[in-house]
Design a protein around this ligand. Structure first.
Ligand code: UN1
Length: 504
């Protein structure tokens, strides 16, 4: 069996050995701990990568790539199909681990695993559809077409809030495209990455495939920068804040590497004069309170037609009053904790800032007096151009902004630096179409009578402006993981030049 270089091991509770490969367990490896955000208690200690581990890992990934790229794409798809089977078998346990380490409620933890399974299934089919175009050549007896080749090594940096799924959108697509992947997860969720990595590599090894997935757990900024700067990493896919993403993009661009960015969102739902509130209220609730407001697609702003503000806020405040906050693994809990103490401080500081700006807090905004990092979700009457409203605070704070008409709502929807997800609730066709027109939403995602979060994997996922412009997951997002090669074949016995040039 081939051995996979993985740069870490776990503490005594879990030896962290993947049957698919060797887990590096060097005595001098720097350690860091991971916590359960619902209790504040340490879940485990992780051995981070050393610089030497890193070198070994990149070298071994390249070796795996050399073998993998020779395997026909549909057979690479077969390898991902085995992974999908393994993930199905472990869905419950993985969903629970997401709850334990990231604090998501169990239903959302399971949903995250389902998202991995869905993208794996998608990748299996895609493995037979890496189509290139054929063009008519202007020259006689010439054939002109394009084909797609793998890039080589794909680096994947993920955030704590989707500690498994975001890796899989990148890794499974990149894998069927013929690449090897190196994953640097958030130092807040290393156990999720270890579990996923172990399962995926075992499935690969069982099928006799090379170990194309490797894992770089580290909380060392210098090592992470080395990864970003490494010319051997052909594509760097980064999910995280706009501030960090901007620096990553500049560094990768500096070495003329490729990058793919999924950065912050500041997503709004427009509640039109003719919105069906029976649809809008549960969608807003899921978008604003789901994952405790820690999705890049979370609903942060409501742009509400002035005639609907009273009714909508009354219904929302009543609904917020019924949200059960607490242990994410307990049945019936709708909102778990924020990821850590710093996230709680940011939530509270933003609420303070809003109060000082004269905001009316309709409900929530405090912290819960219990162990773990719990806050109350807030609804705040606000103005779109306030600095707090313009930035993404990764917390359950929902801004209600009354608007005169649809044009004003669309203008405000677009008047933020970010451009990820957007939505309108309306029963009026003309308004929905206006929102979807070139003069409408400027976001990568635009929904009608659906909230801003919870996208399916079949579409390309990503956003514009400060969200970074990247697209991942479905549609033709696979093209980011391949290089396009234009091929011209002369099968005649003359050498005609293009553009009719005579060079004799
Ligand atoms: C993220 O928050 O980084 O659309 C991704 C959604 C999920 C993905 C969110 N499918 O909310």
């Amino acid at each position: 069996m081939r051995r996979l270089p993985v740069s870490l091991g776990l503490d005594r509770r879990n030896p962290g050995v993947s049957s698919a490969g060797a887990w590096h367990r060097g005595g001098r490896a720097p350690r860091f701990t991971t916590e359960n955000p619902a209790t504040g208690r340490v879940l485990g200690e992780v051995l981070g990568a050393t610089a030497r581990d890193y070198e070994e890992l990149v070298g071994a990934s390249w070796e795996a790539f050399l073998e993998w790229r020779e395997i026909p794409a549909p057979r690479r798809g077969e390898a991902v199909r085995r992974i999908a089977d393994a993930l199905r078998a472990h869905k419950d346990a993985l969903g629970t681990l997401v709850s334990l380490e990231a604090g998501k409620i169990k239903a959302e933890g399971d949903g995250e695993v389902q998202e991995m399974i869905d993208i794996a299934d998608f990748a299996v089919g895609l493995a037979r559809q890496l189509y290139g175009l054929t063009m008519p050549s202007e020259r006689p007896r010439h054939r002109l077409y394009e084909q797609w080749q793998p890039l080589g090594l794909v680096g994947i940096v993920t955030a704590f809030n989707f500690p498994m799924a975001v890796w899989s959108w990148n890794a499974f697509i990149a894998a069927v495209c013929g690449n090897a992947c190196i994953w640097k997860p958030s130092p807040k969720t290393p156990l999720c990455s270890i579990a996923v990595q172990a399962i995926c590599n075992e499935a690969l090894a069982d099928g006799g495939y090379p170990p194309v997935f490797s894992l770089l757990n580290t909380d060392d900024v210098a090592l992470a920068e080395r990864f970003v700067d490494d010319r051997r990493i052909d594509l760097l896919s980064f999910t995280g804040s706009t501030a960090v993403g901007r620096r990553v993009a500049q560094r990768v661009a500096g070495r003329l590497g490729r990058y793919l960015l999924e950065l912050g969102g500041n997503n709004a739902i427009i509640v039109d004069a003719r919105a069906n509130l029976d649809l809008a209220v549960p969608a807003i609730l899921f978008g604003a309170v789901g994952t405790a407001g820690q999705r890049c697609t979370s609903t942060r702003r409501l742009l509400v037609h002035h005639t609907r503000v009273k009714d909508l806020t009354r219904r929302l405040v009543a609904a917020y009053g019924q949200i059960r906050i607490g242990d994410p693994l307990k049945k019936g809990t709708l909102m778990g904790p924020l990821i850590d103490a710093a996230a709680v401080e940011r939530h509270l500081a933003t609420i303070d800032e809003l109060r000082q700006a004269g905001a009316k807090i309709l409900t929530g905004g405090g912290r819960l007096r219990r162990a773990g990092h719990f806050v109350e979700p807030a609804i705040v009457m606000a103005e779109n151009d306030w600095p707090a409203v313009q930035r993404e605070t990764f917390a359950p704070i929902l801004y209600v902004i009354p608007c005169r008409d649809l044009d004003e709502a669309i203008a405000r929807q677009n008047a933020v630096p970010q451009g990820l997800s957007s939505a309108i609730f309306t029963d009026r066709l003309q308004h929905a179409e206006r929102f979807l027109s070139a003069a409408g939403s400027d976001c990568g995602i635009a929904n009608v009578n659906i909230g801003t979060s919870g996208a399916e994997i079949g579409g390309a996922f990503g956003g514009e402006k400060d969200t970074g412009g990247g697209r991942e997951a479905g549609s033709d997002a696979w093209k980011a993981y391949m290089r396009r090669q234009t091929v011209t074949i002369n099968w005649g016995d003359a050498l005609p030049l293009a553009q009719g040039i005579d060079f004799s």
